[in-house]
Design a protein around this ligand. Structure first.
Ligand code: CA
Length: 226
């Protein structure tokens, strides 16, 4: 379901999703979206932030009161992003306008794959690695007792690497698993996210560069005594 009042954007997004094999419906108002989500729930909602009646953030909050349907938010401003993805609002992912429609389709695929039941079960797990604790159900990362705020893709990337401890994952494999690309994409995205993870996790970062190949997770050191 697409919730967007600008019909040119709505039909453009619908076209790409239909071409990718999805059944699509579009509504232009937040109230219509809420009505339809309760009467005939979609598998995923693409929700624009700027709507003529209730804004997208409020629509998202109201959906979350009764539904876990995956939500991909569209926004025109980077500064809204923290709020959107934060637990308070509860969107699954976001894209900033203007966006590449192919990337939108890739995100939709990736979100739907993550939210399938067996995957969800696998993700209700916690991985401990040295000082690092990653809780997939709560999407929380801690170094010792301190909670570290990660962007959604940073979290997914860290999880993917930890979930394959001991294996080297190539940049293309990471792009496919974390970003949902099925083609060889721009692998610099992976490097940028790894850099962010290293910055945020500091010495607790377990990520090792395997030169010319990709990344892996180093063996865990013993947790530092508190
Ligand atoms: Ca709009």
């Amino acid at each position: 379901m697409i919730v967007e009042d600008e019909s040119s954007i709505a039909s453009f997004v619908a076209l790409y999703l239909k071409n990718a094999g999805y059944a699509v419906r579009a509504v232009g108002k937040g109230t219509d979206a809420l009505d339809q989500i309760s009467s005939d729930p979609p598998s995923l909602v693409i929700l624009d932030l700027m709507l003529p009646d209730i804004d997208g953030i409020e629509v998202c909050r109201r959906i979350r009161k009764s539904s876990d349907v995956p939500i991909l938010m569209l926004t025109a401003r980077d500064e809204d992003v923290d709020k959107i993805i934060g637990l308070e609002v509860g969107a699954d992912d976001y894209m900033t306008k203007p966006f590449n429609p192919r990337e939108l389709v890739a995100r939709v695929k990736s979100i739907l794959r993550r939210s399938t039941p067996e995957r969800r079960q696998a993700e209700s797990a916690v991985i401990r690695h040295g000082d690092l604790t990653v809780d997939a159900g709560r999407r929380e990362v801690r170094v010792g007792e301190e909670e570290i705020q990660l962007a959604p893709k940073e979290f997914d990337l860290l999880w993917e690497l930890l979930d394959h401890r001991g294996l080297v994952l190539t940049r293309d494999q990471l792009l496919e698993r974390v970003w949902g690309y099925t083609f060889a994409g721009d692998t610099r995205t992976v490097d940028v996210h790894v850099r962010q993870l290293r910055r945020k996790l500091g010495e607790a970062s377990p990520i090792v560069t395997v030169w010319g190949v990709g990344y892996k997770v180093s063996p865990a050191k013993n947790p530092t005594p508190a």
